[in-house]
Structure formats: C-alpha cells, structure tokens
Design a protein around this ligand. Structure first.
Ligand code: DGL
Length: 271
C-alpha cells in the first residue's frame, strides 16, 4: 500500500465541475472512514468541448500538483470525458493508484432487450475509446449516442438551486424517446439529474451509471471494507476550484449538502 502509516488514506476526487460529486457520494457512502478532497477544473470547463491535448496537459498538471501538495493516496478521475483519454498518461506520471470512470456500456448491454442510449458529453460520444467500448461490450445491442453540453450545464445549475426545466430536458432527450430500454449516464454530471431524466424518459427505461462500480474499485485497490457506522460523524471536506466559480454563494449552499466546506480557489502557479 502506498498510504503512509498512521494515517487515513486520502482520496482526491477530480472533475471539470460538480459532476464528480455523484461519484464522491457513492464512495463516501461505502467508505466513510476515508479522508476526501475534491478538485474541479472550472477554468477549463466544459471538458466535453476541449481539444484532447489541452485536456491531457491540464489534468496531468493539476493532478501532479495536488498529489504532491496534499499527500494524496489515491486519485479518482470522476469524469468520463477526461478518463477516456488521460488515464494512461496519469498512471505513468503518478506513483499512486488512479481510478477512472468510463460509460457503463457493459452492464447496460446485459440488461437491454431493445437498444441502449448513451448520454454523455460531445467529446465522449465522439471518442474512439467509447466506440471501442461499444464494439467490445454492447453484445450486438444497438447503442444510440446523445452528446449534450447543455445537460452538463443543467446539472451545474441544479446544484446552485435552479430547478430543472423539464420541457427543455424533454427536447434534449427527444431523440431517445420510444427507442431505448436502457440509458447509460455516461457523464458524471448526469446522476445529479437522475430523477428528472427518469421522469422524462419514463419508468420503462433503466438508468445506469458507473458510480457504485467506482466506489467498489476504490475499496478493492485500498484493500478496505465498507463501513456502515452510523455514528461515524459525517465530516466536512475541502473542495478546490481552478478559478472563481459562478454564483459562488449558491454553489456553496449546494456543496454543503454534499458535506463540503465553501470552495477555495486553488493557488497554483505553473513552474
Ligand atoms: N463530468 C464530466 C464527465 O463525466 C464532463 C463535464 C464537462 O463537459 O465538463 O464527462
């Protein structure tokens, strides 16, 4: 194990925005005994519209810096858009475990009898990584691709207290109507809209995301068991951004509900 003796393993959770909170929630629910830190790269948000070389360079730079500065024991790239390209680079650069999240095509294929809808960012639906996943694991089930940045934005807005416009959501998801029986939430922002998406797609569409699988993976890598200690008091954890967030006060309210302190802006000069 890489984590230092006498200390609780420290998990760094990373995304472009608040989407990684959906992954954090799953990990923390299983492993409340761990120590957490969250970083989001809002300066470069949305990742779903960023050229690959810039994405790789940014994530590498931020992760290398954070891991050294905060004595991190394990990194979770809680972003499909980043994971589909940066994981090999990160694993080469860091000497601690790196866990990523990719669209849950495989479990979706075992469930689907009709067709699968993959809802993700524009970048993710275009990646060859995603197309490889589909041809390897979709088991011949048709996969319909839907890339949307607006959906990511709607999750950001919801976390800041704005209620989701179901009409707008309906327009975005319209191409999937009547066509699918399983939808893969292939962007970590989308479980934050789970109820609304379910409402719009209807009860006959099963929604699948990768959150729980990621949580279990963390436990396996750290060789720890889930804890269901209700008297383990929920701590508030630090959260950093790479730039001043918009609607900061509203954001802090939403973050508090997930158990985070107000956002701190990362002081970080490139060497
Ligand atoms: N949350 C991210 C994902 O899982 C991406 C959102 C963005 O486009 O920045 O893909």
């Amino acid at each position: 194990m890489h984590h230092s003796a006498n200390s609780v393993p420290k998990v760094l959770i990373f995304d472009s925005g608040v989407g990684g909170l959906s992954v954090y929630q799953q990990i923390q629910a299983r492993y409340p005994q761990l120590d957490y830190l969250y970083l989001f790269d809002n300066e470069a948000y949305p990742y779903g519209e960023l050229p690959e070389p810039i994405l790789i360079e940014r994530v590498l730079r931020l992760m290398t810096h954070m891991v050294a500065k905060e004595a991190i024991d394990i990194v979770v790239i809680a972003c499909n858009t980043a994971s589909t390209v940066v994981l090999p680079h990160l694993r080469q650069a860091l000497n601690i475990p790196v866990i990523g999240v990719v669209p849950a095509i495989k479990p979706a294929a075992t469930l689907s009898k009709l067709a699968i809808g993959l809802i993700a960012t524009p970048a993710t639906v275009n990646r060859s990584y995603t197309h490889d996943l589909i041809s390897k694991f979709s088991a011949g089930v048709d996969v319909k691709l839907l890339g949307s940045t607006r959906l990511v934005m709607m999750a950001e807005e919801k976390l800041r207290g704005t209620s989701v416009d179901l009409k707008e959501l309906e327009e975005i998801l319209q191409p999937l109507f009547q066509n699918i029986d399983v939808a893969v939430l292939g962007c970590t922002h989308f479980p934050l809209l789970r109820n609304e998406i379910q409402q719009v797609l209807g009860v006959n569409v099963a929604l699948i995301d990768s959150g729980e699988a990621i949580a279990m993976r963390v436990g396996t890598v750290l060789q720890i068991n889930p804890r269901r200690d209700n008297d383990l008091k929920q701590k508030f954890y630090p959260i950093y951004s790479s730039a001043a967030p918009w609607e900061g006060a509203a954001l802090n309210n939403g973050l508090a509900q997930f158990g985070f302190n107000p956002v701190e802006i990362l002081q970080f000069q490139d060497a």
